[in-house]
Structure formats: structure tokens, C-alpha cells
Design a protein around this ligand. Structure first.
Ligand code: SF4
Ligand code: SF4
Length: 396
């Protein structure tokens, strides 16, 4: 008898980068809701970074340096880039490879009080920046989006690991001279990966992927502060709370999702660019998909996603315990449509092999406008991707 297929549900997100104006409303409302506390001053569960740019924490995409994600071994197995369980146990008391405050940034506030209480004098009173770490006056030299809208790019571009790689691949053709420059914003949260390397890195078993909706959470009672998860996550979306000594991360606003309301970042997004929905997938095929050749990883990830309107998938999902209202939601999921049906959304860094579940529609608007002006159906997938060569943002 054929083995019965298991089906699991995953809450996923698609962001349309064409619509992001880099206003940081999502970051600020998320921070107000979840990390406006002692010990998390430098932490942004949601951050918005400029590309090209070094990101937050800086250069986090340089996995040679930060050792995040998975690699495929010569014998065809998946291995954490930072080393397997045995190596981790041997080095459990050593400091893990992880960004320091310089790589994030030193958080600060302003001395607003001085604006209203400064004694009368010849000068206008100012609100000096004060470090939230030391309480002392400080000179600001970095932030969670220091490359904002290419600000200071001449000084920082050399440190962008992706730009460096693109330049090598494109034979030094990518330049940031004024007339050839390009930029866009990338809002980032935890990817709630199907094959999360943070979970596999944790010696205490404190990080887990919830069975019912795939949300990746840290059990605060079990966390022993080993910080291996911070190394393990290639997106650097686990943070260390220096007050509690425990790891924290984006939890996909699970208390809101459980009530049927969207995440704070989705609800408050000015550009209305975040789509939330449910994906159905086959959990027994995840490891195999994560082992695909580099160039086949995107397709392998697509193949994992099951058609939520297929009667056989629905029957298997019911047998696997997925409730009817979830199945109805999956069938009308905009996320499934954008990823699998229209194929306009792409995963961020599939080469990390974590099978990320926050996908992005790449910025295409100059191409769409051009096609429209020429009288074509600019929204048709074939037309759109066929014309992408004309884009100023390099295809690579
Ligand atoms: S993006 Fe999130 S789920 Fe994926 S490895 Fe990092 S912390 Fe874990
Ligand atoms: S609120 Fe929306 S438009 Fe503004 S930065 Fe965030 S994702 Fe972009």
C-alpha cells in the first residue's frame, strides 16, 4: 500500500518590493509592539535595509564570515555551515561566531529634556544623542539602515558582500556612478524557514517550529543562552537579549495570527505591500528539496508547495488534521497565487538551503511602465520577465 502523504500548513508572506517606500513604519510599529524593552534596544525583528548596502547586522550575507545556514557535503548530505552537533557540543563553552554591537549598531536616544529645561542662553538648546548602552553622550556612526537611500554609499559599498560577488560575476560591470545607479528597499523579518538552521543549531532544543502553522519560536524557559542559533541563522534574525541572557526573534505576531488578525508589520505597512497567507506543503520532502543543486533550489521549493484546490491534497490535509477553515484560507491564499500560480515572487537567498517562507516580488516598475507605454499587457508574466533585461537593477 502506498504510504499516505502528510500535509502541513505554513503561514507565509510575500512582499512586493516595487511598493516599498522605505518609510520604516513596519519596523517602528513592530518595535513598539515587541522589542521596546530593556535588553532589546538594538533589536529589530523587522528591519528595512537599502540594497546595495551592508544590511543589518552589517555584512550578514557573508556566510564565509558568519557561518550561517546549511551546506551540502560531498557525500550529498546537509550540514550546518558552522559544524555538526558533535562539533557544537565540543565548543559549547566557546564564544559562537556572531556579530557584535559594532556590526549591529550602538542604540541611542536623544536628550529631549534639554530642549525644554536648558537655562536661558545665547545658543539654541539641542538634544544630544545619548547611548542606550552607557548613558553617555555619543557620536552616531551606524544604524540599522546606515546605507539609507544610498546615503554614504561611496564609503560603504566596498563592504557589501552581495555587490562584491555580483561584480566578480558580472566582470566589474556593476557601478554605482550617478547615472547608472540603482537602489531598492528590502524589508526583512524572520523567514520562518521550512528547514530552519536556527532550530538545528540549538543545543537545548529551545527553538522549535510550531506544528500547526510553521511559526518558529524560542521557548524562553528552555533557552540557556548558548547563542548558537544566532550563528546558525544565515539571515541573522535571532537576537540575544543581554538583560535576560536568552535568544529572541520575530514570532510572526503569533498572538495576533491566532486571533485571525494580520501581523503588525502587514497591518501598518504604508505601501500595503505585504501579503499573508497559508501554504500547504509535504514535510517529508523538505530535506530532499534542500539538497537540490544550487540552480534547482527555487524549483525544488516550488515543488514542495501543494495545490490547495486539488481534492487529493485537501483529503490528505484533512487526514493530517488541518482544520477546514485553514483549508479554505489556503485555497484563497494570495501568497500561494503569487508564488506558485503567477510565479512572480522569489525566495530570499535560497542558496542558504533553509527553505525561507517570506518571498519577494522583485522591483520591476520601470519595466512595467515601459511595456505599458508600448501598448503591451505589462502584467503578463512572459512579457514582464522577458523584458527584465532592460532593468537597471542587475538581473543577477
Ligand atoms: S530566518 Fe528565522 S527560521 Fe530561518 S533560520 Fe533564521 S531565525 Fe530560523
Ligand atoms: S511600512 Fe511598508 S512601505 Fe514602509 S518601509 Fe515598511 S514595508 Fe516598506
Amino acid at each position: 500500500m502506498a504510504k499516505q502523504r502528510r500535509v502541513m500548513a505554513q503561514v507565509a508572506m510575500v512582499m512586493n518590493l516595487d511598493k516599498c517606500i522605505g518609510c520604516h513604519t513596519c519596523s517602528v510599529t513592530c518595535k513598539q509592539a515587541w522589542t521596546n524593552r530593556a535588553g532589546t534596544e538594538y533589536v529589530w525583528f523587522n528591519n528595512v535595509e537599502t540594497r546595495p548596502g551592508q544590511g543589518y547586522p552589517r555584512t550578514y550575507e557573508d556566510q564565509e564570515k558568519w557561518q550561517g545556514g546549511w551546506v551540502r557535503t560531498k557525500s550529498g548530505r546537509l550540514k550546518l555551515r558552522s559544524g555538526g552537533r558533535f562539533k557544537k557540543l565540543l565548543s559549547i563553552f566557546a564564544s559562537p561566531v556572531q556579530p557584535g554591537l559594532d556590526d549591529y549598531y550602538e542604540p541611542w536616544t536623544y536628550d529631549y529634556e534639554n530642549l525644554i529645561s536648558a537655562p536661558l542662553g545665547d545658543d539654541f538648546p539641542v538634544a544630544r544623542p545619548k547611548s542606550l548602552v552607557t548613558g553617555e553622550d555619543m557620536a552616531i556612526s551606524a544604524s540599522a539602515n546606515w546605507d539609507d537611500a544610498l546615503g554614504g554609499v561611496a564609503a560603504t559599498e566596498a563592504g557589501d558582500p552581495i555587490l562584491r560577488k555580483l561584480r566578480e560575476e558580472a566582470n566589474q560591470q556593476i557601478k554605482l556612478e550617478y547615472e547608472k545607479s540603482f537602489m531598492f528597499f528590502v524589508p526583512r523579518i524572520c523567514e520562518h524557514c521550512l528547514n530552519p538552521s536556527c532550530v538545528a543549531s540549538c543545543p537545548s532544543g529551545a527553538i522549535y517550529k510550531r506544528a500547526e502553522d510553521g511559526i518558529v519560536l524560542v521557548d524562553q524557559d528552555k533557552c540557556r543562552g548558548w547563542r548558537q542559533c544566532i550563528t546558525g541563522c544565515p539571515y541573522k534574525k535571532v537576537y540575544f537579549n543581554h538583560r535576560t541572557g536568552k535568544a529572541e526573534k520575530c514570532h510572526f505576531c503569533y498572538p495576533r495570527i491566532e486571533e485571525g488578525i494580520p501581523t503588525v508589520c502587514s497591518e501598518t505597512c504604508v505601501g500595503r505591500l505585504r501579503y499573508l497567507g497559508i501554504i500547504l506543503y509535504d514535510p517529508d520532502k523538505v530535506t530532499q528539496a534542500a539538497l537540490a543543486d544550487d540552480k534547482d533550489l527555487y524549483k525544488a521549493q516550488l515543488d514542495l508547495m501543494l495545490d490547495p484546490t486539488d481534492p487529493e491534497v485537501i483529503a490528505d490535509a484533512r487526514r493530517s488534521g488541518i482544520p477546514n477553515d485553514w483549508l479554505e484560507a489556503a485555497a484563497i491564499s494570495p501568497v500561494y497565487a503569487l508564488i506558485k500560480h503567477f510565479k512572480v515572487a522569489l525566495p530570499l537567498h535560497p542558496e542558504y538551503r533553509t527553505m525561507p517562507m517570506v518571498w519577494y516580488i522583485p522591483p520591476l516598475s520601470p519595466v512595467v511602465d515601459l511595456l505599458k507605454e508600448q501598448g503591451h499587457d505589462a502584467e503578463a508574466g512572459g512579457n514582464l520577465f522577458g523584458a527584465i533585461d532592460a532593468l537597471r537593477i542587475p538581473l543577477e
